[in-house]
Design a protein around this ligand. Structure first.
Ligand code: PEP
Ligand code: MG
Length: 540
């Protein structure tokens, strides 16, 4: 589509106000207009994730701490605009100073509502949209910018800054709008209307593509559209390769509410329940009964399908507000995941008890995050086995996530003791390549199809299979269509992906035979870069 460039609006406003009462009234009107606007967005949003973001925005608008501070400034003679913006900016800076990815997103959310209210106060209209489907080019998009977009009119989103895990990227994904984020400031200098070809799957942008490239892309897009439709029609069928080898396709979820749509999309089980999201949704650690009820809801929704639960994975970059952790220079290399929970055995035991109680002999698999040594695994296993004497249950498997290279390299030892491995390629890639997974400019190079990462997966699978154990992959890589044949070829037994990706992943498995995949995987292990691996798969 043509480029539609939206540079940040410039607002001009007086710093001093008429009178505190008049400014208060203006702000009140602007806030209530924005509230109505957001209410409309909440009602129109199909996706729960988007609605939740807007509900947070509503709560921010109603936050008495913000409005009290604004009021103090109005009394000192500031204009509504100036008072509002300085309070928002101070609050956003405070969140950012905490150096936490989630809180940094909250800062973006705060600035987002800040701008909306300011635009309302200044009576500034947003830029007119072109009439044909266009590529929206912005410095950085706020979640509400994205959610206001009509997927029928916006062919894609291109931003100068931002990371792939920001709220706005999540919203774009939920809406199915292709997006390319963090492309650099040069994209803002494009002329309006320049034809752009954006490939969200590969993370590529063509400026003013020639007719042949465009033609190829259109054909590819149309056939992908058809493939997705056909895939959706077969989403409840098993995923068998052409020669009949079954690959299990499971779903990743973060709360019990996600289970219904996962099953509806064809999930054969839950391959990763990120329990930290349940903890993060509570102002204090949820007690055993609250957790048990939540885990029970997931198992109820699964109707006998297996549930793979990951114990609490916080610390480091994902702190819980109610768990003070000493500041660390390198939180990714610090007290996180299993290291943290083993230091707080009461919390870990409460979670394990809640899980065992909720199971009622249904198939439960518990895995431990960030295991890097055999001792950590044994400590976690022993704790679980001890509790199991208290709360016996029939169908339990215990395993670990493979996210730390040392765990992959020790897989031959660990495989004798665990029931399964689940490869977390997001962290495994970060630790293997020494690239922070959220790095603003390097994260694009942190590609899980790097042959070094594949080598570690290969070691893991061989070790597991030698002892009759199974291996899943639950990182983002499992949903990458180019990665699916490589992972299956390496012998991975289960792929766990977001609900939305299940039909496509199943369809992808059906496109090749196991022997083709194995050939491809062997070739992939022998090259030197992720680009070469991708080229190998694309050449098939
Ligand atoms: C991973 O690291 O690949 C993973 C699945 O865990 P998370 O993304 O929650 O760290
Ligand atoms: Mg991880």
């Amino acid at each position: 589509g043509p480029a539609h460039i939206q540079v940040p609006q410039v607002f001009d406003y007086p710093l001093r106000g008429e009178s505190a009462a008049a400014e208060r009234q203006r702000l009140h009107t602007a806030l209530s207009d924005v509230r109505t606007d957001i209410q409309g967005l909440i009602e129109r949003s199909q996706a729960k994730a988007i609605r939740e973001i807007f509900i947070t925005h509503q709560e921010m608008l109603d936050d008495p701490e913000l409005t009290d501070e604004v009021d103090t400034r109005l009394k000192q003679g500031e204009s509504a605009e100036a008072a509002w913006m300085s309070v928002i900016e101070a609050a956003a800076k405070q969140q950012e100073a905490l150096q936490d990815a989630l809180l940094a997103e909250r800062a973006a959310d705060l600035r987002d509502i800040g701008r909306r209210v300011l635009a309302q106060l200044c009576g500034v209209q947003s830029v007119q949209e072109p009439s044909e489907p266009y590529i929206l080019v912005m410095e950085e998009v706020g979640p509400s910018d994205v959610a206001r977009l009509d997927p029928a009119r916006v062919a894609g989103i291109l931003t100068a800054r931002g990371g792939a895990t920001a709220h706005s990227a999540i919203v774009a994904r939920a809406l199915g709008i292709p997006a390319l984020v963090g492309a650099g400031a040069a994209v803002l200098l494009l002329n309006a209307g320049t034809p752009l070809l954006l490939d969200g799957q590969r993370g590529r942008l063509h400026v003013d593509p020639d007719a042949a490239t465009l033609q190829r892309a259109t054909v590819e897009r149309d056939s992908r559209e058809q493939r997705l439709q056909a895939a959706s029609a077969q989403r409840h069928e098993p995923a068998l390769t052409r020669d009949g080898h079954a690959v299990e396709v499971f779903a990743n979820i973060g709360e019990s509410a996600g289970v219904a749509s996962a099953v509806e999309q064809g999930a054969e089980g839950i391959g990763l329940l990120r329990t930290e999201l349940i903890f993060m949704a509570h102002p204090q650690a949820p007690d055993e009964a609250t957790q048990e009820a939540e885990y029970r809801r997931v198992l109820d929704g699964l109707n006998g399908r297996p549930l793979v639960v990951r114990t609490l994975d916080v610390g480091g970059d994902k702190p819980l507000p109610y768990w003070p952790i000493a500041e660390e220079e390198n939180p990714f290399l610090g007290v996180r995941g299993i290291r943290l929970t083993l230091q707080r055995p009461q919390i870990m035991e409460a979670q394990l008890r809640a899980l065992l109680r909720a199971a009622d002999n249904r198939p439960l698999r518990i895995m431990f995050p960030m295991v890097g040594s055999v001792d950590e695994w044994r400590a976690a296993r022993d704790m679980t086995e001890r509790l199991r004497l208290e709360i016996p249950m029939a169908d339990l498997q215990l395993g670990i996530m493979i996210e730390v290279p040392s765990a992959a390299l020790l897989a031959p030892v660990l495989a004798k003791e665990v029931d399964f491995f689940s490869v977390g390629t997001n962290d495994l890639t970060q630790y293997t390549l020494a690239i922070d997974r959220g790095h603003p400019t390097l994260s694009a190079q942190a590609d899980g199809l790097h042959p070094a990462v594949l080598q570690l997966i290969d070691i893991t699978v061989r070790a597991a299979h030698a002892h009759g154990k199974w291996v899943g992959v639950c990182g983002e890589l499992a949903a990458d269509p180019l990665a699916v044949p490589v992972l299956v070829g390496l012998g991975v037994d289960e792929l766990s992906v977001s609900a939305r990706s299940i039909p496509e992943v199943k369809a992808r498995v059906r496109e090749f035979s196991l022997s083709e995949a194995q050939g491809l995987a062997q070739q992939a292990l022998a090259v030197g870069s992720p680009a070469e691996v991708r080229a190998l798969v694309e050449a098939v």
